[in-house]
Design a binder for this molecule. Structure first.
Ligand code: FAD
Length: 468
């Protein structure tokens, strides 16, 4: 069956970039169609942010139960029922997916289920199971996301080797796992697994984990995870994976001139993601890719080289985060509406859901040095924060980077309790050009972990109260 359809805006891909753009466009009265070949909610909802954080919650609860005697609660024989954690993760996912579905429908967005491919710069074919839709659109937003990067080494496709998608389908906890790649996804899984009693190795190619953070921040997290039992091998290149006769995975890695071998029940490869351009036939619309990096080239308005075609989210490969994809989606729609809005990446918070949580926003020390910005830093440790002590989460610190000339806060990191929420205070500070004095002019409630931010800002003038 062939069906002709037309709309003012066609959005390709219903992840956090695409579905947010479609809803905003519909709110503005634009006749919008969205096409999705897989599941509504994209990577984020189905195999990324949401399912991983469901496991983070299970890990956190198990950790707290293990410490419960400290709080005067006796729990006997606590153990992880991973199959139930798996079911709960699916339940959360299902509920949120239903939410996206009803939001799209309530806003009057037409949802087509199928694979989109360009025929020209205004025509897209959607290949569905029961029909081919020939869609004509005045504007198109490409939001097709990213896919898992493959590691091309012998043994990478053995059945005991997992990726960030298949690891979420484990219904049984392995006794040990070797994680290849110490980026955000790898370290979140390392933290989840070690909290559940799994023996964890991480093998990282660079000389430190989480390369986008200040080295003292990633170093602090590395120290905590190592203390919990995660064995982290840096400057180490994985060269092969084999299955032993007794069913173990043997990972061989090279460190310097030496070769080492690690045995574990499973291996998780998490070396990154790359833009999803498969089958799109971008050449039929004349859409250009970045010259030096992978993905669709866009300008600050999220437009491709074809002005009425936009690309947002992981497929544009600026910053691979769900909230960036959503914001780029809103930006693209505003530009379709003629508002000439530019994307600004100066204040993009990044949260890593390890234990302790780690978050950063604004500039790193390395970026300041590269741009020759004179800066000073202050740190305030959570061991000096009352609420952190109550929570028994005294690891970590707040760190602020201040521009020495203007006194504005230009970068911040938090490693410690509630970092996911507290980092937003510092996003506001950086976004609106606040100084240390602006922060300390605000009354922070007591007892809260966010008081560490007040103290850290005071530390920039050596006036922190609760520090020896
Ligand atoms: P996606 O979410 O990838 O959605 C793209 C959609 O397009 C998919 O549903 C796909 O099926 C569809 N599609 C592709 N091609 C076509 C086609 N030709 N026709 C029709 N449909 C098509 N980010 C965070 O901000 N916080 C986190 O905590 C976080 N955790 C993560 C954990 C993991 C394990 C992973 C893998 C990722 C995580 N991310 C996190 C990253 C986040 O998931 C992505 O940045 C985000 O999903 C990108 O959104 P998007 O809309 O660009 O693409």
């Amino acid at each position: 069956k062939e069906i002709d359809a037309n709309c003012e805006l066609l959005v390709i891909g219903a992840g956090p970039g695409g579905y947010v753009a479609a809803i905003r466009a519909a709110q503005a009265g634009i006749k919008t169609t969205i096409v999705e070949k897989g599941e509504l909610g994209g990577t984020c909802l189905n195999e990324g942010c949401i399912p991983t954080k469901a496991f983070v919650k299970t890990a956190q609860l198990f950790r707290e139960i293990a410490e419960s005697e400290l709080y005067g609660i006796h729990v006997q024989d606590a153990k992880v029922d991973f199959a139930q954690a798996f079911r709960r993760k699916n339940e959360v996912r299902k509920q949120l997916k239903g939410g996206v579905d009803s939001l799209l429908r309530e806003h009057g967005v037409t949802v087509l289920r199928g694979e989109a491919l360009f025929c020209s710069d205004k025509q897209v074919d959607v290949v569905a199971t029961d029909a081919i839709y020939h869609v004509t659109a005045n504007n198109i937003i490409i939001a097709t996301g990213s896919k898992i990067s493959q590691l091309h080494i012998p043994g990478a496709h053995l059945p005991l080797v997992l990726n960030s998608q298949s690891v979420l389908d484990l219904e049984q906890l392995p006794s040990s796992i070797t994680i290849v790649g110490g980026g955000v996804i790898g370290m979140e899984f390392a933290s989840i697994f070690v909290s559940m009693g799994v023996k964890v190795h991480v093998v990282e190619f660079l000389d430190h984990i989480l390369a986008m953070l200040d080295k003292d921040v990633s170093g602090e997290l590395q120290k905590f995870l190592q203390n919990k039992g995660v064995q982290i091998h840096t400057s180490a290149k994985v060269t092969s994976i084999e299955a032993s006769i007794d069913g173990q995975a043997i990972v061989t890695y090279q460190q310097g001139e030496e070769l080492f071998r690690l045995a574990s029940e499973k291996v998780l490869i998490s070396i990154g993601r790359e833009p999803n351009l498969d089958m799109l036939q971008l050449e039929k619309a004349g859409i250009r890719l970045w010259e030096k990096k992978r993905g669709i080239e866009v300008n600050e308005f999220m437009q491709t080289n074809i002005p009425h075609i936009y690309a947002i989210g992981d497929v544009a490969n600026m910053i691979q985060l769900a909230h960036v994809a959503s914001h780029q989606g809103l930006c693209a729609v505003n530009n379709i509406l003629g508002h000439a809005e530019k994307m600004d990446y100066a204040v993009v918070p990044n949260v890593i859901f390890t234990n302790p949580e780690t978050a950063a926003v604004g500039m790193t020390e390395a970026e300041c040095e590269k741009q020759q910005i004179a800066f000073q830093i202050a740190k305030f440790p959570y061991y000096a924060n009352g609420k952190a002590l109550i929570m028994n989460e005294t690891n970590g610190f707040v760190k602020l980077i201040q521009d020495s000339a203007s006194k504005k806060i230009i970068g911040a990191s938090i490693i410690g309790p509630d970092a996911d929420a507290a980092i937003n205070i510092l996003s506001f500070a950086i976004r609106f050009g606040l100084t240390d004095k602006d922060i300390t002019s605000v009354i922070f409630p007591h007892p809260t972990t966010s008081e560490a931010i007040f103290e850290c800002a005071s530390g920039l003038t050596n006036t922190a109260i609760h520090l020896h």
